[in-house]
Design a protein around this ligand. Structure first.
Ligand code: DX5
Ligand code: ZN
Length: 225
């Protein structure tokens, strides 16, 4: 079984010392970059320039989560900034398939995300256009919220589709992931885990990442038996 992917969100890191903060998560597989525009979500974070700065500060792949309206107008800026995976919200665009094809043509991994209230069923027939699906386990907008376990039904549906159709799709989860909730998510079949406060509120973020990965691996293995 592949090792769980841990992607710390830098949203709750100290931006005044971004270099040091990114240096504290060297054990992480990816760096999760949360982009918020104050329209799609009631919060603002940062844009392509800071994303490019993050890319200069690390060799780790950037998992860029666009919580913005009209992502098709912006994706090229984030690709140029160094995104490896671009995640857009299906609620924010008219044509998710066209956008996914554009991303793949540009050589980045294509991903979509869903708000907790958005049903997955409408997107099952286009899964083969994507490399990754991000299941939101909180309402997007802020770090530090509580995990919504009912969202794991989407993870189970995705796992079933992947198995039945032989899809190559990474299932990622974002929101309220900590040393306990990561076990439930891993048992349901998540491959990649975003964790913001669980990593950056820890005294030793690098160790917190390793603990999360170990907990996920243990739970995933137990669920297979
Ligand atoms: C929420 C963001 C998350 C957030 C995760 O809108 O997409 O990535 O930073 O933070 P925690 O792990 O604290 O829920
Ligand atoms: Zn995110």
């Amino acid at each position: 079984m592949p090792q769980p992917i841990i992607a710390p969100s830098i949203l709750n890191s100290d931006f005044s010392r971004l270099g040091e903060e990114i240096g504290r998560i060297k054990t992480a597989d990816w760096v999760h970059v949360d982009i918020m525009d104050g329209h799609f979500v009631p919060n603002l974070s940062f844009g392509p320039d800071i994303t490019a700065t993050v890319d200069r500060l690390t060799d780790q792949p950037l998992d860029v989560h666009l919580m913005i309206e009209e992502p098709e107008k912006w994706v090229d800026r984030y690709i140029d900034a160094g995104a490896d995976t671009v995640i857009f919200h299906v609620e924010a665009t008219e044509d998710p398939v066209a956008l996914a094809r554009h991303l793949r043509e540009k050589g980045v991994r294509a991903a979509f995300s869903l708000r907790p209230g958005t049903p997955l069923e409408d997107y099952l027939d286009v899964l083969d256009e994507f490399d990754q699906v991000l299941v939101m386990s909180v309402e997007p907008g802020f770090g530090g919220q509580s995990f919504m376990p009912d969202q794991l039904d989407k993870v189970r549906t995705l796992r079933r589709e992947i198995a039945e159709r032989g899809l190559e799709l990474t299932v990622e989860i974002d929101g309220g992931i900590n040393a306990e909730t990561i076990r439930e998510a891993a048992a349901a079949g998540v491959d990649a885990f975003v964790a913001g406060s669980a990593v950056y509120k820890s005294d030793d973020p690098a160790a917190a990442v390793e603990e999360l990965r170990a907990a996920a691996a243990e739970a995933a293995e137990a669920a297979q038996r």
